[in-house]
Design a protein around this ligand. Sequence first.
Ligand code: TMP
Length: 207
Amino acid sequence: MAGLFITLEGGDGSGKSTQSRILVEWLEQSGRTVVVSREPGGTDLGLELREIVLHRRGEIAPRAEALIYAADRAHNIATKVRPALERGDIVVQDRYLDSSVAYQGAGRVLGGDEVREVSLWATEGLLPDLTVLLDLHEDAGKGRLADSRTRYDRLEAEATEFHGRVRAGYLELAAVEPERFLVLDARDTVEAISDAIRARVEALLSN
Ligand code: TMP
């Protein structure tokens, strides 16, 4: 596939959206065609699934939750991301399968390997060229969200312990695939983080 698939990962409140916006602006200014997506909710169907998985009142069984994220992912990849990559575009996406492994696998304790397998089946095995992990201590994430939110979604509302497992799950993933992951400290300045991301993307583009 000719394009480049870049994903941003990290706990809630780690600054992914800010960094995604800066990266997209820079890529567009350098004359690249960029497709922006996110999970859950990168497509019309995804928006409906996002509403269910994040804001439904009442219980969603952990495996059902994992499958809703996988359904969103399958549709996003098939109808939006793969066509963009085939055209040679750059896809910048907020969250991807690593979110499922960290939140459902480690957070909900479903088992990372199985959750990853489900996602790989859903996406016919598509892995990003680069995954930026904005690493933030679970207490700091909640503090940052509290500044910007009036209501938490179902995942954000989970206990600090849950978010600690999510963070550990992410770091484990990054340790297993160091060539795909760029791990950055989310407490650094916005500028230091965006410079580091830009340097890595420039290197990928010149390959
Ligand atoms: P966000 O789009 O505002 O980051 O929120 C999405 C929430 O959904 C966030 O708390 C992480 C969670 N999530 C999962 O639990 N599993 C997944 O596979 C994805 C993509 C997100």
